[in-house]
Ligand binder design. Sequence first.
Ligand SMILES: [Zn+2]
Length: 294
Amino acid sequence: MRRRALLSLAALPFPAAAQPKPIAVASFSILADLLREAAGERMDLRVIAGPDMDAHHFQTRPSHAEAVRSAQIVVRNGAGFDGWFNRLLSSTGFRGVTVTATEGITLRRAGPTPGHSHGSQDPHAWQDVRLAIAYVRNIEAGLIRADAAGEGHYRALTAAFVARLEALDGWVRAEIARVPEARRVIVTSHDAFAYFGAAYGVRFRAPQGVATNAEPSAQQVAGLIRQIRAENITAVFIENMANPATLRRLAEEAGVRIRGRLYADALSGPDGPAATYEAMVRHNLGLMVPAMLG
Ligand SMILES: [Zn+2]
């Protein structure tokens, strides 16, 4: 009797705490936060391009290949944003679940920017909160494919998160509505906010183009300075990733003040103002709205 009890105990799986969790890897910090919300404690999460790192141009290290090799699921943005991550996947022969967060989203064409080396699509869809919800749905489906036993867990977490993001989207609309339409113009370092602009009715002007390494021509900068003066644009920003030098020079020549630092392509560290996706959106709006107002 006792012996049988022991045997049946031995046949039980290890207690949950002792079992290694499946590993999930996100290509960059914003995806990592969305993944964390949808996966919760069931997965061991890793991020390759972490907070305040430029995922447009990223040099992978051997430890990154190691993380991908051990993963059951990986999440990438796609649309030409994190091509280096695709190379990491093929070089490691990754065979797990691959989530492309932008899958199913109608991508915008990238504006004509001389000298930038990226594809013809604009990858920055996450700046529209409704499209971030589409990202989260894609991640949810991937998590369930990778770990079917956790389906209920992933569905519950995703539902709660999506409800918060829907409320956030409504808040963004209400904030923008405080700004008269003619004042809804923002100048920032690189074209990361086209989806945001289309979703919320804000016009963006950027000297740098869609990729963070594209150098604007003197002509482009001069044109933007004329526009700032002619339209009396007051909302001028630098970004956490893009080089601020051009924007600083531009603001000085146009006689306007830089109104702060927007988070476009990466989150801040845990102690910064944009440690999560939701904090990033709130931080950006908190700077944009007063700056547009004057
Ligand atoms: Zn970008």
